[in-house]
Design a protein around this ligand. Structure first.
Ligand code: 4NP
Length: 162
């Protein structure tokens, strides 16, 4: 199984949205037995909390449920458990690199690397903004999730062919 962990600061806005969007794509492609998902925060500020109501509302507006998810803090063991550790922004990536054992650092990626343009500077934090920020973040997350899934499917196909 290929395992993917989405990471942001609080694990209540961006990374649970990313997990929800990505797992929905995985299910739609009947890859639920092949690709596993989770999310976590670099802070422990919201441990045990469900996603922010604004993230839940935006997801539900797009036909996706994320209210079953609960916040947890990222831990060192995650770098050996997950094949892909996906940072939402540059600050999250820097924090993950500090925590990650050096040989496993290649597992850390910036989510926006998988957007169609490929060089985005991260998913902006919508927490302190208005609801339109949540809608924009949802659109960006969808683009990145589609790109990431395409990359993983291609990689699995290559490794199966070997
Ligand atoms: P997230 O957003 O990292 O996308 O979950 C935030 C959630 C909470 C806080 C900051 C960002 N906070 O300061 O509590």
């Amino acid at each position: 199984m290929t395992k993917v962990l989405f990471v942001c600061l609080g694990n209540i806005c961006r990374s649970p949205t990313a997990e929800g969007v990505f797992r929905n794509l995985v299910r739609r492609q009947n890859l639920g037995d092949a690709i596993g998902t989770d999310s976590a925060g670099t802070s422990g500020w919201h441990i045990g909390a469900p996603p922010d109501p604004r993230s839940c509302a935006e997801a539900q507006r797009r036909g996706i449920r994320i209210d079953d998810l609960r916040s947890r803090k990222v831990e060192v063991a995650d770098f050996s458990r997950f094949d892909y550790v996906i940072a939402m922004d540059e600050a999250n990536r820097a924090d993950l690199e500090d925590l990650c054992p050096t040989p496993l650092r290649g597992r850390i990626h910036l989510f926006t690397e998988f957007a169609p343009e490929g060089t985005g500077s991260g998913v902006p934090d919508p927490y302190y903004g208005g609801t339109d920020g949540f809608a924009r973040v949802f659109d960006l997350i969808t683009e990145c999730a589609e790109g990431l899934l395409a990359r993983i499917v291609a990689e699995r196909r290559e490794s199966n062919a070997r």
